[in-house]
Every structure is written in C-alpha cells, then in structure tokens.
Design a protein around this ligand. Structure first.
Ligand SMILES: Cc1cc2nc3c(=O)[nH]c(=O)nc-3n(C[C@H](O)[C@H](O)[C@H](O)COP(=O)(O)OP(=O)(O)OC[C@H]3O[C@@H](n4cnc5c(N)ncnc54)[C@H](O)[C@@H]3O)c2cc1C
Length: 465
C-alpha cells in the first residue's frame, strides 16, 4: 500500500472494477464526510477487467444509451459521450449514436471520470494500490485488511468487489516443459504468444473468445485459429427491435426449468407469428430474471444449469453485430475453424501439442496439432478451486463460503456475505459476480448499477445507526 497505510476507514472496498468503484462514487456523492478506501491490485482504477482493455476493437455489448452508470439515469453515459468527443475520437469513433456499441475502453474513461469527480468531493476517498491478502475481524466489530506488502488498514465495513477470476482449468504446464497451455485470456503476454506463427486452439466460444478473435485478426499472420466448445454455441448478435411487453406474471412465475422453457417457447412462437424477432422476447423477461431464478428450488436451478445454461447465456449475453461479422469473415477466409466436441487429452511435444477430441454426437476421435492452447471457458466460480491467496484466506477464516451451486459466494439479501453455516457476517458485503449463486443474473452493468446504488444506501444507513 502507499502512504495511506495504517489508516482507519468507515468503508474499505476491495476491488476497483465497475462494481467497487460505483459503490465508492455513490458513497462520496452522498457527502456524509465518510472515510472511504478503494483498493485494487491493478493500476487502472475504475476499469477492472472488462474496461481495462486498450484495444478499441473491443466493444461494449450493451448499446451506448443503455450503459449509464446510475440506475435512475441509464442515458447518463450517452450524455457523457456527447460532452467528451475527444474520448470517442481517441478510440477512433467518428459518429455517436445512442444505439451504437462503443469501445469498452471509452466506458472505462467514463467510470474513471466519475471516480475523479468523487475524489474531489468533501470527505475522504483514498485510492490505494495494493493486493489485499487477508481480512481479520476485530473484537470491536471492525476489520483489519492486510496488504501483500504486509501493510494494514482498518475499516468498520468492508465491501468485497472482487469480480471474476481467471478460467479454471486443471491443466498445468509441467516443470521444464515448453509453455503451451495458458488460461489468462486478458494478458498481453498471452496475446503475443497466440500471434506467433503456427496453429492455436482456444477452448470456449463465449464473449471473451470473440474478443480475442478481434485482436488476433490484426496480429496473427500465420497459422489457423481453432475454437472448440462442447456445444459450439456463440453469443448471438444484437439486432434492433421494438421492446416486447412483459409476458410472465411476476406474481406467478414458473417454478421449474421446464415450465420456463414452455412459457418462453410459447411466447416466441406467438411473436414469430407476428413477424417479431426472438430478441425482444428474451429481453422482456430480463427484469424478472433474478426473481425467476430465486423462485426455482435448488433441484430446478441445477436442472436449468445442466440443460439451459448454454442456450440461455448465448441468447441473453449478446455481442455487437460488428464482432460477429469479424468471426464470420475469419471463417470464410479459412483463418478460423470452429469445432464442437469434448477434449480427451493433450500430448505436448517440443514444438507442438496434439489435442485429441471427440466431436459432439460421434464416437470417433480427432486430433488437432497446435502450438498453444488457451482456456477461455469462463471464470472459475468454485472458490475452493481458486489459487487466489485472498479468497483462500477468506475461506479459511469462514468469512466467505461457496454457494451451494458453486457459482459464487453464499450471500443474503442486500449483498451481505454469509459464512459456511449460512449466517450473515456483520459488516461484510459484496456485489457482482460473487452473488451469481443467489441471483444468477449478476454480472453486467444493467444489474450491477442497481446493486452498487443499493449497497451504498445500505452502508450509509448502517453507518448512521
Ligand atoms: C471481457 C469482458 C467484457 C464485458 N463487457 C461488458 C459489457 O459490454 N457490458 C456489460 O454490461 N458488462 C460487460 N461485462 C461484464 C462485466 O463483468 C461487468 O460489466 C463489470 O465490469 C464487472 O465489474 P466488477 O467490478 O464486478 O469486476 P471486475 O471488473 O473483475 O473488477 C474486480 C477488481 O477487483 C480487483 N481485485 C480482486 N481481488 C483483489 C484483491 N485481493 N486485492 C485488490 N484488488 C483485487 C481486481 O484487480 C479487479 O480490478 C464484461 C465482462 C468481461 C470479462
């Protein structure tokens, strides 16, 4: 930590991606003279993983006029863009439209701007660059936070805004072996390796893999890109359409995955008969997604994950059409080959690795010979399998417990963190992907902006008691 060490704060927020930063912004804007610490191990405060990219080809997957940081003003980002043409120009955007998909780095500029404004308000908002490795409850109900350097600070309330972790993968490069397996899709070093001549394999066909294609389109001159996933499902591209009315009754939501499927399929048929696209139908239930999930019992939640997750995620988390166009062009040029199947094994040699996989729906085995394999299978959400020192320490102290579906942490209403027994830990809060087990829909700005505002309001009320 820097010279702000050994300080006492009303609220310490660990993680300065969108979520943690917006909690700090709301607290500072309330102007109650609070002492707030915003701590991150990375240097790009306010950006986090998603908006820390420097590649202007990496676009938001939500339209500009829907990406406002405040739940009561979703056009706020769009208006900010109108008054900051220099940020758009620097990212190569010549024309601003409300329905455009803006480079993610510009959204990062916006959040950093909000953070800068918040720091200038009365009260204390300290930006602390360090990795927190331990959290110790004190007898007086406060917490002590320990930085990687051994430095300490104390806080009355702590918010864990830790975001997503790298993809989980049991594979490790063996000592002395050429590095051929990688699992950090956001690392510049990994990008450089993938651009080397020779074929490569990316496992996973989600939004992160599509991002990589945009980067590799520019950097990879020799060798094919192979993409492989079990279901071979890609995020669907957005398409403009008029909003569709809510068709589920909030007071009588489906109780099973099968009933949900039935209701949505029926509505899709109805919409199709009127020439309406499926997208607004899916969007119409978004405000109810968390309620639907919470209405399922654990067996139904598991059933949903087993049978519907892939389909749901690729239709719900869509991509900008420009991005899908690049994927299709790369395929047409023969630079990209997409596979559907299950990996059976890897055989690394000096120069290459032979990957054996079974194409879906067959019993045959096929082989790919590639230089590198990158796992892009989505963040590891089973905290017990993470080798993150802070998370391991939290688990050991029973200040964090996996939720029963291993989608995140065990949490209660309002983002309170629960221990292994399910009891709320006073003073310890979270938001974002840690809440996926309880809410499922808890990863994108349209949900996180509400969570950040609500958590800040709760902290303010709590501190006033
Ligand atoms: C590639 C990508 C693109 C996306 N695009 C969109 C989009 O277009 N629209 C949308 O709505 N959503 C998008 N999302 C979803 C995205 O997750 C959210 O919008 C949002 O950025 C999540 O922010 P967060 O703060 O919760 O997590 P993160 O951004 O992951 O931030 C967590 C922060 O915590 C820090 N941290 C973790 N542990 C520690 C520790 N021990 N000590 C100190 N610091 C720590 C990390 O360094 C990191 O900065 C995207 C996600 C990804 C991964």
């Amino acid at each position: 930590m820097n010279d702000k060490i050994d300080s006492r704060y009303d609220v310490a927020i660990v993680g300065s991606g969108y979520s943690g930063t917006m909690v700090a912004v709301h607290l500072a804007r309330a102007q109650r003279g609070l002492r707030i610490a915003l701590i991150d191990r990375g240097k790009a405060f306010g950006r986090g993983v998603a908006y820390g990219t420097t590649d202007p080809k990496h676009l938001l997957n939500v339209r500009a006029d829907q990406m406002g940081a405040f739940p009561n003003d979703i056009r706020h980002f769009y208006r900010w863009l109108q008054t900051h043409p220099e940020n758009l120009a620097a990212a190569g955007v010549r024309e601003l439209r409300g329905d455009a998909f803006i480079p993610r780095l510009v959204f990062g500029d916006y959040i950093q701007d909000l953070l800068g404004e918040a720091c200038a308000l009365p009260g204390i908002l300290d930006i602390i660059h360090d990795e927190i490795v331990d959290l110790r409850p004190r007898e007086n109900g406060w917490f002590q936070l320990i930085g990687k350097t051994g430095s300490k600070l104390e806080a009355a309330r702590v918010v864990l805004a830790l975001g997503n972790f790298p993809p989980g993968e049991a594979l490790q490069n063996k000592p002395g072996e050429r590095v051929w397996f990688m699992n950090n899709p956001y690392s510049a070093e990994v990008h450089a390796k993938l651009a080397e001549p020779g074929d490569i394999l990316i496992i996973g066909t989600g939004l992160t893999s599509l991002d990589l294609l945009l980067t590799l389109d520019k950097t990879k001159r020799e060798g094919k890109i192979h993409l492989l996933s079990r279901q071979g499902l890609f995020p669907q591209p957005h398409k403009k359409a008029a909003p569709y009315p809510t068709f589920l009754d909030p007071d009588n939501l489906p109780k099973t995955a099968r009933a949900l499927c039935h209701d949505v399929a029926q509505e899709l048929r109805r919409a199709a008969a009127q020439g309406i696209d499926w997208r607004p139908v899916v969007d119409a239930i978004r405000p109810l997604n968390q309620a639907i999930w919470m209405n399922f019992n654990p067996t139904e939640q598991r059933r949903f994950l087993r049978h519907l997750r892939g389909l749901w995620d690729t239709h719900r988390h869509r991509c900008a059409p420009e991005i899908m166009a690049v994927k299709e062009r790369l395929e047409a040029e023969g630079r990209l080959v997409c596979h559907r199947g299950y990996i059976k094994g890897y055989q690394p040699t000096e120069e290459q690795v032979e990957v054996t996989y079974r194409p879906r729906g067959t019993s045959e085995e096929k082989k790919l010979r590639v230089r590198y394999v990158l796992s892009c299978t989505g963040p590891q959400a089973d905290y017990r399998k993470l080798n993150d020192p802070f998370v391991q320490q939290l688990l050991a102290r029973d200040l964090l417990a996996p939720d029963r579906l291993r989608l995140g942490a065990s949490t209660a209403e309002g983002g309170q963190i629960c221990n292994q027994e399910g009891s709320v830990i006073n003073g310890l809060y979270t938001l974002g992907s840690t809440q996926k087990g309880r809410l499922y829909e808890s990863v994108a700005v349209p949900e996180l902006r509400g969570q950040a505002a609500e958590l800040a309001a709760r902290l303010l009320a709590d501190l006033e008691k």
